[in-house]
Design a protein. Structure first.
Length: 317
């Protein structure tokens, strides 16, 4: 069965008002809801609610930072969701970014690859019910065991943007999560992880026929993300380094207005799904045709109400 996910919470909708939207997703053809964790809702609370509102949907955070919770607490969060949604919860973890980890949470953003690897290895053991005493490269755990391990340990998928982390995801995890890519970029990612692992991506979708408005929204988002070192390096690897260099230079010089102006239309059109809803659905299917297992729709602008956008972008519409 083809998967088709939605990002929750939706922008502009209070979490408590999501019940009607989430409860109707399965009937519209959606299979998944995925949360995020930046500077809004935490990753787990929306999923806990969705687990009770929509008992047919698969749930996952994309992603939980490996730094901002201790390893044991992260295992407790995952076990709780796995208990609320047996067999329907997938744990997504990753490095996050230096902005979130270091600037906002005051935690050193050291050795991100090793931190994610160590967290993955610890979680495998903890969620299987083992008592863990281990000195990992980036942290130590002494004598931790979950009071109740989940009857069905959740799959663990890794946020991965470049070959090193993608290979780790293919080798030791149950799949990879990525974002900010075009359909053809999916083939580049598949070339590293192979054809078998699940590949999940959040797709930013602006359902509007007003291309200028969609590109305006897209430019703000691209500037906010692509100037972060991990995303800048990702797009250099994907081949957009030259196209995005003027934006990065203007941003570094403090000229935000120019940074937005010099982002090429073709880059925005590559990375933001926009157009009338039917064109957006077709574009999402291009990602799937190129090897994406699970598209996660994140509605950004477009003029429709959140409920209207959810219906318009549903796979069966």
């Amino acid at each position: 069965m083809s998967r088709w996910g939605l990002t929750i919470p939706m922008t502009g909708v209070p979490l408590a008002e999501h019940r009607e939207i989430v409860a109707g997703l399965a009937d519209l053809g959606y299979t998944d809801v995925w949360s995020a964790e930046t500077n809004g809702a935490d990753a787990f609370t929306p999923l806990a609610l969705a687990s009770q509102w929509a008992p047919r949907l698969r749930l996952g955070p994309a992603i939980v930072p490996a730094y901002t919770r201790g390893p044991a607490l992260l295992a407790q969060h995952a076990a709780t969701l796995a208990d609320l949604a047996p067999g329907r919860f997938v744990l997504g973890i990753g490095t996050s970014s230096d902005t979130i980890v270091q600037r906002w949470n005051g935690i050193a953003f050291d050795e991100p690859y090793k931190r994610v690897r160590d967290t993955l290895r610890f979680l495998r053991r903890a969620l299987a019910g083992e008592k863990v005493t281990e000195d990992y490269a980036t942290f130590s755990v002494k004598g931790f065991r979950l009071e109740k391990a989940p009857d069905t340990p959740p799959p663990i998928v890794l946020a991965a943007l470049r070959p090193g982390m993608l290979r780790l995801a293919a080798r030791e995890a149950d799949g990879a999560i990525t974002n900010w890519l075009s359909p053809k970029d999916v083939r580049t990612v598949r070339g590293v992880i192979g054809d078998e692992p699940e590949l999940i991506a959040r797709l930013f979708v602006c359902p509007t026929a007003d291309a200028d408005e969609a590109r305006r929204v897209g430019r703000w988002m691209i500037a906010a993300y692509m100037t972060v070192p991990v995303y800048r390096a990702f797009h250099e690897w994907l081949g957009r380094g030259e196209a995005l260099a003027p934006m990065n230079e203007a941003w570094a010089a403090g000229d935000r207005k120019k940074a937005l102006e010099v982002i090429p239309d073709e880059v925005v059109d590559d990375l933001i799904v926009h157009g009338p809803p039917e064109a957006c659905r077709e574009r999402i299917r291009e990602y799937v045709d190129n090897g994406l297992t699970t598209p996660i729709v994140a509605v950004v602008g477009g003029g429709l109400s959140p409920a209207e956008a959810v219906r318009a972008l549903a796979p069966g519409s």
